[in-house]
Design a protein around this ligand. Sequence first.
Ligand code: 13P
Ligand code: SF4
Length: 337
Amino acid sequence: IPLKAELILEIRALKEEKNALILGHNYMEPALYTYVPDERGDSLELSRKAAGTDKPIIVFCGVKFMAETAKILNPSKKVLIPSLEAGCSLAESITAEDVRAIRALLPGVPIVTYVNTYADVKAESDYCCTSGNADRVVKALGGGTVVFLPDQYLASNVAEQLGRRILFLKKEDGGLSPTLYDREGKEAADVRDRSSWEGAVIGWGGRCEVHEKYTVDDVRRIRAQFPDVCVLAHPECPPEVVHEADFAGSTRAMIDYVESTEASRYLLLTECSMGDNIMAAHPEKKMLRLCSVRCPHMNQITLEQTRDALRYEQYEVFVDEQMRERALTAVERMLAL
Ligand code: 13P
Ligand code: SF4
């Protein structure tokens, strides 16, 4: 970290000069996370911070869908992302055309879309949600059928938490199949027979390329070696992995849990920089490392690129105005909750 001190001071000076706000997601690498952002947090917290700022420039140290959400909330501000390569496998898993096709297949069914999607997908949705409020958003809609896009594991975890049935849509060569599938991929309902799916949470096939890597075996092996370990999982992990954990929640909820409990050691089933960041803030906490599971997209955001983002005011995020207004409705409905 000392070797980076000059760079960090340069970023801080540029931030003052440009009157910018720097937001940093909990998955930023330790030197950046610890010394650079004005605000750190999960997707929900950072959306709120983005909505509340009066600074003319926002630098988003996170991935593209997060920076886009900041732009949706702040159309008159300059929103910058330090790298154009910071995507997300969930955001790539669904298009606006897919959402229109789902609405045509299931007219009248509310569509809740995870924040890990691009603005055009949000614009086609009724509600946005994050891992920090997905259960609350679905619950607030009552007990009727809900389409939940695009993370299949988050959809399953939310459905389970709320005691709801989970079914999945499938895209085939000719478009969306009228058949709905269960978690094992077996045919379970038909959209033409409403009684076969009424009241279910209906999901899509997206997955986080980081959280899908964790397995039940990983957890059991660690527990066999360290029976006193406290295991925390992000709800983007497969449901059977979440079952093995002691706690599941958003990145912020996991940090709060570790900070407020006294386990002899912790294992985080999430992007591995977050464990490093907790260790840096709390050297007294023992964090086990299972992984080198680094999100390749979050990994694109470096101190050098954050400095250049401020220095050259790059890379600016743009969202078409009509699309932005429609996406804003879904995001504001979430923030109102
Ligand atoms: P959080 O909203 O929990 O920070 O999650 C964002 C994310 O991308 C997790 O992979
Ligand atoms: Fe997307 Fe997964 Fe990376 Fe989060 S960790 S940004 S969900 S690929």
